[in-house]
Design a protein around this ligand. Structure first.
Ligand SMILES: *Cc1c(COP(=O)(O)O)cnc(C)c1O
Length: 361
């Protein structure tokens, strides 16, 4: 059994993939070829954003908006204490100071009330994360943030919705990742930024290509953060079946929840939210043993994430310590993710459920 089955998906779209990458091999525009613009148009329309800017990774999709609002030394950027490392890395790499906020124990997302207490005169941006696929509470987060720009880290929530609006379009800046195992993944690294503001979009496009306003005319400091044409072509092929996959993911997750509800705290969606279930995650008390027992039964599991951000060695060395963000710390000790993808069969799912309940003891 696979944790994420990308082979089943590839079988469905192999013809379209072959056609798409053959097109790229024929026209030869490997950098910023026509597929990139085509993908950006399709993704902007899918999310209901004015602009989509395709970039080289989800990490760059977080970094470029911070650069566009001028984040640097002396600035503070608020991030949740529980996420993938990239969420905070982009803050530190620009020389700004991360300010951690604890999470809600049910959604695993930033607690808006605690956000209010973390904002100071130096706060220049807030990054909220849609962990495991469920969108953070953007109504309250944007309310609390006021004029401070909010960035939605939608690396795990592409395709999810909140109050009828799509993930990536719930804050002034949306950032997603197309890492192969994400809900919409390419065959390498890729990401995208979503923004409504025309000027900010133009600036991010310049930053993506070395701060160029015209060829060899560099009006600001940027980077090379473009998405490869081949990855755009692959994503266009995958996008054709993505809405159906979102449905299939929801069905798999609902079935898991029906079968596990009596034994575990299953994922809970806040009113108005849907989820793409980038991960299907439950809590267990004796995680090492549960994982070992499942492994013996041939069932792969994963932990997202075994350490909260503030206790990563690089931040612990700067003085953060256990006890600073207890909700995040407890989650890091207890969470375990089980196989989750659109093509998970009922029999495999039944096996996971049976073994997980047995392993829990
Ligand atoms: C995957 C992920 C990222 C980084 O995306 P990459 O494409 O791997 O750079 C950032 N934030 C979160 C929450 C993620 O899950």
């Amino acid at each position: 059994m696979e944790f994420i089955d990308l082979t089943a998906q590839q079988k469905r779209i192999r013809g379209e993939l072959d056609r798409r990458w053959n097109d790229v091999l024929s026209h030869g525009q490997y950098i910023m070829g026509p597929e990139v613009a085509e993908l950006e148009k399709a993704l902007a329309s899918f999310t209901g954003s004015r602009h989509c800017i395709a970039v080289s990774s989800g990490t760059d999709a977080l970094l470029l908006p911070l650069m566009a609002v001028g984040i640097g030394p002396g600035d503070e950027v608020v991030v949740p204490a529980f996420s993938f490392f990239a969420t905070v890395e982009v803050v530190s790499v620009l020389g700004a100071a991360p300010v951690f906020v604890d999470i809600d124990p049910v959604t695993y997302n930033m607690d808006p009330e605690k956000l209010g207490r973390a904002i100071t005169g130096k706060t220049k941006a807030v990054i909220a994360v849609d962990l495991y696929g469920q969108c953070a509470d953007y109504e309250r987060i944007r309310d609390v943030a006021g004029p401070i720009p909010v960035i939605e880290d939608a690396a795990q929530s592409f395709g999810s919705m909140q109050n009828g609006r799509k993930a990536c379009a719930l804050a002034p800046f949306g950032a997603t990742s197309f890492f192969p195992s994400k809900p919409l993944g390419c065959y390498g690294d890729g990401g995208a930024i979503f923004v409504d503001d025309d000027e900010k979009a133009a600036k991010i496009k310049r930053i993506r290509i070395h701060g160029q306003s015209a060829r060899y005319q560099h009006t600001e400091i940027g980077l090379n953060a473009r998405m490869d044409t081949l990855q755009a072509a692959i994503l266009l092929a995958k996008l054709s079946i993505f809405p159906e996959e979102v449905e299939l993911r929801a069905r798999v997750a609902e079935r898991y929840s029906d079968l596990l509800r009596d034994h575990f705290d299953v994922p809970l969606l806040r009113p108005g939210n849907t989820s793409v279930y980038a991960q299907y995650t439950v809590r267990v008390k004796n995680r090492p043993l549960v994982q070992e027992n499942l492994k013996l039964a041939g069932i792969p599991t994963a932990v997202h994430y075994p350490s909260p951000l503030h206790l990563q060695p690089v931040f612990a060395a700067k003085g953060w310590k256990a006890g600073d963000f207890p909700v995040a710390e407890k989650a890091a000790e207890e969470v375990v993710s089980i196989p989750m993808h659109p093509y998970l069969s009922h029999s495999d799912q039944d096996k996971v459920v049976q073994e997980l309940i047995r392993a829990k003891g």
